[in-house]
Design a protein around this ligand. Structure first.
Ligand SMILES: C[S@@+](CC[C@H](N)C(=O)[O-])C[C@H]1O[C@@H](n2cnc3c(N)ncnc32)[C@H](O)[C@@H]1O
Length: 317
């Protein structure tokens, strides 16, 4: 929460100047920060917006929203919304903002305060309950998920969302522990059980449970589904010339964003015999520049930035 222990609220925005430049902020424009976190990017957007500008601040984490309300609740330019970013199209439509958004920013994944709070259960470095929900007001915790998931689904989640080579072995060990009434209760216990089932030497600088924790987090929060669902509607939200800026932290996210932008940037290639409206054959986005990574100085100052990749696209008229 806002008044947490020192350091717990710190989150350095990644690629801050680059993201703000990429949004090409116009003072009177309508902008959306779909992942408020601790508001580093949002503060930068607000600093570039004039009094007529609008900024929607969205996060599924109630703690992030509490910070947004405390900080920007009195700012008439801001609309603060608790929920998943894929719920945005419905909300923006209700506000009459379809095809009117000049810039939408997604800075994906978890925030430092989420990772740093032991009680949120995201980190194997801190002993805490197995929760891992970004939205603590709904959904099942990681522990509840592990209590009911079948071995095949678990193994597939570890493989697909964590790119974990030993997914089968870890899944089997977890299911066996559950059958023995010994399913881990805490992040530390889970990390130890996973580590015992990752054979061979650990990857340098990487805890053996890193991949599995990432996979569980992505699975229980439905992170990729939320991203896919929002991407599908992006072109309905953006105004002509409006910008989409996405910062991803692993290849599963970045691949989706890259493919989506590529697909929307190319002319449809249906054979002429298939009857389609002419607009369905028009590219709807143009990719702006290349994928951008943080420079050495930012990576050195902020280890979280190391895996970041930013992609930018612009809505074509
Ligand atoms: C990397 S942090 C954002 C940090 C932020 N840009 C800043 O400068 O402080 C990611 C945030 O996105 C939120 N988030 C992740 N997936 C989300 C989703 N599908 N819908 C809404 N919020 C989401 C998380 O709760 C977290 O607070």
């Amino acid at each position: 929460m806002n008044g947490g222990p020192a350091g717990q609220d710190a989150h350095r925005p990644v690629l801050l100047d680059e993201a703000l430049d990429a949004l090409a902020i116009r003072p009177h424009g309508v902008y959306v920060d779909g992942t408020f976190g601790r508001g580093g990017h949002a503060a930068g957007i607000l600093a570039r917006l004039g009094p007529e500008g609008r900024l929607w601040l969205v996060d599924r984490d109630p703690e992030a929203i509490a910070v947004a309300r405390a900080r920007h609740g009195d700012d008439p330019r801001c609309t603060i919304a608790h929920g998943r970013f894929d719920e945005l199209p419905g909300r923006l439509e209700a506000a009459g903002l379809l095809h009117r958004v000049d810039g939408l920013l997604l800075d994906l994944g978890v925030s430092s305060p989420q990772l740093d709070s032991a009680e949120r259960g995201f980190s194997f470095m801190r002993e805490g309950p197995l929760d891992m929900r970004m939205d603590t007001s709904r959904g099942v915790t990681a522990r509840e998920w592990l209590e009911q998931v079948d071995e095949k689904t678990l193994s597939r989640a570890l493989r697909d969302y964590g790119e974990e080579r030993h997914s089968r072995r870890i899944a089997r060990a977890l299911i066996r522990a559950r059958e023995d009434g010994a399913l881990p209760e805490t992040t530390g216990a889970l990390a130890r059980l996973i580590a015992e089932n990752v054979p061979g030497r650990p990857e340098p600088g990487k805890h053996p449970a890193t991949r599995s924790f990432q996979a569980l987090r992505i699975a229980i929060n439905g992170e990729l589904e939320a991203l896919d669902a929002l991407l599908e509607r992006i072109c309905d939200l953006l105004a002509p010339g409006g910008r989409l800026v996405v910062i991803s932290f692993h290849s599963l996210e970045d691949r989706r964003v890259k493919r989506y932008i590529r697909k929307q940037s190319t002319v449809g290639d249906l054979p002429p015999s298939v009857p389609v409206a002419p607009e369905a054959l028009q590219p709807r986005l143009r990719s702006v520049g290349r994928a951008l990574r943080p420079g050495e100085a930012e990576q050195a100052a902020n280890p979280r930035a190391r895996s970041a990749v930013m992609r930018v696209a612009e809505r074509l008229p």
